[in-house]
Design a protein around this ligand. Structure first.
Ligand SMILES: [Zn+2]
Ligand SMILES: [Zn+2]
Length: 475
């Protein structure tokens, strides 16, 4: 669809209607921003607010500057005379998606042992920067307006984050951990993702302090850590007012992370190394209200999906996004993808995959959505809708799955006041998709309009409002 963009002049005065929300789910109490910002209105489509309530049909969302100032039925929301109007008729508007587990340093290449040396041999830091720019752009164009990066060399990832925030680069909003913390790790993966080994809880706390001082947004606690390590990491991170995400699979590690106060449990239930957890552990996670992010799709489902449709690896959008040199290298790495080391335990993961996801859905755990995007065959352009689809296939309602990927994710990452829903006072991260995701969740793969921070980056006349620099390759 090519959106009609026009300036609308409304003479009639219609009362502005705020979305009403149940007392249990209070919206942020911020006042609407002061007048003066550029105005934008998305008009006509169905609106999913990020809350698990029925959609608002034929809705209008008004944005001023980078904030949402009104959202509701078009009959009740006044479109300012000087607003740029994006016609969303026949489409669905929903909050920008949030990815709580991304990796910008990888693009779906088959093997870390060859990918990172290839980067080193093809420009080093310059190529790494190019790769991260491509990832950030792919994510944004897929409707992922915020991405929590969980493992990347410190300076390059902070530089990407800051350039995007300054509007120098088109990409998803990045929140970065920089290097992850682990014990006794080595090899190409540890080096490529900039992993740092700790030697004691004291050492862990010191490294957290250093990372916080360097400006990271959160800490990724990776593998091999003890209960005391987690405690030290959590204490140091919380002292610095940042959150901790743990990479945990085995029951003991999950329990250690849970009891040490790790903020989000990542990967839980996604691997054959950890068949469904004990009832006690699930109950404790649920009672603690601790968010879990299963990262279900990336091996156990994507393997099967690729076997069924290997053509997905030659998606022309990938070719366009990567450019010929990177595309050729990624293609080369995936020629015999089923032989890759990354997939050698996938048979076991597939055995447990359904129970792994259902144990949390059926217990009522707080579930966010994250995908490990960028890992082998798990392209940034589609990782999140695939993950959401798996959750829906496993019994989560589409409405809850969308809330998980937006509002719940925002809360899990500590941004619940600013991000994750379409309501006055929130930052204007809005996407428009073709179709009704409540009927068919794969509508989320058809993202036609992307608004981030009040700026239209895709569809809806994006060229007119895109930041001046498109250094990361417009077309
Ligand atoms: Zn991880
Ligand atoms: Zn990861």
């Amino acid at each position: 669809m090519r959106n009609v963009i026009r300036v609308r002049c409304l003479a009639s005065v219609v009362a502005v209607s705020w979305i009403t929300i149940g007392a249990a789910q209070q919206p942020p109490r911020q006042a609407a921003p002061a007048a003066g910002g550029k105005k934008l209105a998305l008009v006509g489509g169905m609106l999913l607010t990020g809350y698990e309530v029925p959609p608002i049909h034929h809705a209008t969302v008004v944005v001023e500057g980078n904030k949402i100032v009104a959202a509701g039925p078009s009959s009740e929301v006044k479109v300012p005379a000087d607003a740029t109007v994006v016609d969303t008729s026949g489409r669905t508007m929903l909050p920008g998606l949030i990815e709580t587990h991304g990796h910008l340093v990888v693009l779906g290449h088959g093997a870390y042992e060859t990918w990172f040396p290839w980067i080193a041999a093809h420009g080093g830091d310059a190529m790494l920067t190019k790769v991260m720019e491509i990832s950030a752009r792919q994510l944004l164009m897929a409707g992922v307006t915020t991405t929590v990066d969980l493992g990347a060399p410190l300076k390059p990832i902070l530089s990407i984050r800051d350039r995007i925030n300054k509007g120098e680069l088109v990409g998803t909003r990045v929140l970065a951990s920089g290097p992850w913390l682990s014990r006794g790790a080595g090899g190409a993966m540890q080096a490529g993702f900039g992993g740092m080994n700790i030697t004691s809880p004291e050492d862990a706390a010191q490294k957290v302090d250093e990372l916080a001082k360097a400006g990271v947004d959160h800490i990724k606690a990776h593998s091999g850590l003890t209960r005391d390590d987690y405690k030290a990491i959590v204490a140091a991170a919380h002292k610095n007012r940042i959150r901790v995400y743990s990479h945990v699979y085995a029951e003991t590690d999950v329990r250690n992370a849970l009891e040490a106060g790790v903020d989000v449990l990542q990967h839980v239930g996604s691997a054959g190394t950890a068949p469904p957890y004990s009832k006690e552990l699930i109950t404790d996670i649920v009672n603690a209200g601790r968010p879990v992010v299963v990262t279900a799709a990336h091996r156990a489902w994507i393997y099967e999906d690729t076997a069924a449709f290997p053509e997905r690896l030659q998606d022309p959008d990938l070719k366009k996004a990567f450019g010929p040199e990177i595309y050729a290298e990624v293609q080369n790495s995936l020629k015999s993808w089923w032989t890759l080391g990354y997939f050698q335990r996938t048979d076991r993961e597939m055995l447990f995959r359904e129970r792994g996801v259902k144990q949390f859905i059926e217990s009522g755990a707080v579930m966010g959505m994250g995908t490990d995007s960028g890992t082998p065959m798990n392209f940034h352009s589609e990782a999140l809708w695939r993950e959401i689809k798996v959750h829906v296939d496993m019994g989560m309602t589409p409405s809850r799955a969308i809330a998980a990927a937006t509002r719940v994710n925002a809360q899990a990452i500590g941004k619940g006041r600013e991000l994750g829903s379409i309501e006055p006072g929130k930052i204007a991260d809005i996407i428009v998709v073709n179709g009704n995701p409540n009927f068919d969740i794969t509508a989320l793969s058809h993202v036609e309009v992307v608004v981030k921070d009040g700026v239209v980056y895709k569809g809806g006349g994006a060229a007119e409002s895109r930041p001046p620099s498109t250094a990361n390759g417009a077309k």
